[in-house]
Every structure is written in C-alpha cells, then in structure tokens.
Design a protein around this ligand. Sequence first.
Ligand SMILES: [Mg+2]
Length: 84
Amino acid sequence: MEKILQEIRNERKRQDLKFGKRTNDNDPWMEILAEEVGEVANALIDKWDSETEKELIQVAAVCVKWIEHLRGRFHIRSFYQEGK
Ligand SMILES: [Mg+2]
C-alpha cells in the first residue's frame, strides 16, 4: 500500500506543476474529477490495465487536492479524528 500512496503523492506534485496550485473556489473540482473518472472508464474499455492504474492514481490525486482545498479554504477539520 505504501508504494501506491507514494505514487499518489508524486502525482499530486506533478499536477501542481502542470496546472499550478489551484486555490480558487471557482475551480471546477467536480469537472476535473469527472474527467479523470471518464479516463478510467476509457482505459477499462480498452482493457489496458496499466493505463487504468495510472488513471486511478490521477483520480486519487485529484481527490486529495480537493480535500486539501476544502480544509484550507473553509478550515474544515478531518472527519476522521487522528488516533481513532
Ligand atoms: Mg487522466
């Protein structure tokens, strides 16, 4: 699992470099996520396993970024209390 989490971290950094650090509430988070999920679906249609895995990592990275944005913008605390 740790290897996968590291790949998600690396993808998060890559997305920041590619798209810049999104901090605007008007950023279309759902649109970005839906696009990535659509790319997972396309990879499944093509039965291209390594592409499916790559797109799933990208989906996870977008989810992490969106959560980071929400916590930073609205000072939302983790739903999951640390240590529990
Ligand atoms: Mg993608």
